[in-house]
Design a protein around this ligand. Structure first.
Ligand code: IMP
Length: 182
C-alpha cells in the first residue's frame, strides 16, 4: 500500500519493509561484532520499538538479556514536552552491565536524553543506543546514537511500531504524513 488512512489522516509510504529488513540485518551484524562476549542487557523502549526490537533481536546472534521500559512523550502529532518513565528498571539489574537501548525514533531527543540520564544513575558499565529512525532537524536535546537504521525529515511518521494516537503501529512499512489530505 502506497497510501494509507490512519486515525483519519492520510500517510504515504516512505520506507518499505524490504529496506527495513535489510537495514535491521546490518545493524544486527554491527551489534554482534561490537558486543560479543559482553552479555548486554537490551532495553526495548515500549511501545514504539517493539517491532524493531523483535526483528533486530532475532537477527542478533550473541547472547543477551532482554527487558523493556515504558516512556511517553507524545499526544497526537505534536510533542507534549512531557516524558514519563516507569519504574521497571532496578539498580540490581543494571549496575555494571553493558546496556543496549532500543528505541523507535529520536525526534527532539527529550525522551532518550531523559532515559539516559535516569539509567546512568543506576551505574551501568556502558550504554549504547539503537534507534530505527532519527529526525535530526527536530533535535533539541543532544543524543549520541550508536546504531541508526534511517534518518528522516521532520515529518510525523507511522508504521512498524510507530503510532498516531495508538493507531498504525502494525503497518509493515513506514509512512510519512501526506501534505495532501484530500
Ligand atoms: P522525542 O522525545 O521528541 O525524541 O520523541 C520520542 C518519542 O516520541 C518516540 O519514542 C515516539 O514514541 C514519539 N514520536 C516522535 N516522533 C514521532 C513520529 O513521527 N511518529 C510517531 N511517534 C513519534
Amino acid at each position: 500500500m502506497d497510501r494509507v488512512k490512519v486515525n483519519g489522516k492520510f500517510f504515504k509510504k516512505h520506507i518499505g519493509e524490504e529496506q527495513i529488513s535489510c537495514k535491521v540485518k546490518k545493524l544486527a551484524e554491527e551489534i554482534d561484532r561490537d558486543m560479543k562476549g559482553r552479555n548486554p542487557l537490551v532495553i526495548c523502549v515500549m511501545t514504539g520499538a517493539m517491532f524493531f526490537a523483535a526483528d533486530l533481536l532475532r537477527e542478533v546472534s550473541i547472547e543477551c538479556e532482554i527487558t523493556s521500559v515504558k516512556l511517553k512523550s507524545y499526544e497526537g502529532t505534536e510533542s507534549s514536552g512531557r516524558v514519563k518513565i516507569d519504574d521497571t528498571l532496578k539498580r540490581s539489574d543494571i549496575e555494571g552491565r553493558q546496556l543496549l537501548i532500543v528505541e523507535d525514533i529520536v525526534d527532539t531527543g527529550l525522551s532518550m536524553s531523559s532515559l539516559l540520564e535516569e539509567i546512568s544513575k543506576l551505574s551501568p558499565s556502558d550504554i549504547k543506543v539503537a534507534t530505527l529512525l532519527s529526525k535530526p532537524e527536530a533535535r533539541v536535546y543532544d543524543v549520541n546514537i550508536d546504531y541508526l537504521a534511517f534518518e528522516i525529515p521532520n515529518y510525523f511518521v507511522v508504521g512498524y511500531g510507530l503510532d498516531f494516537d495508538g493507531y498504525g503501529r502494525g503497518l509493515k512499512d513506514i509512512y510519512i504524513l501526506d501534505n495532501n489530505q484530500l
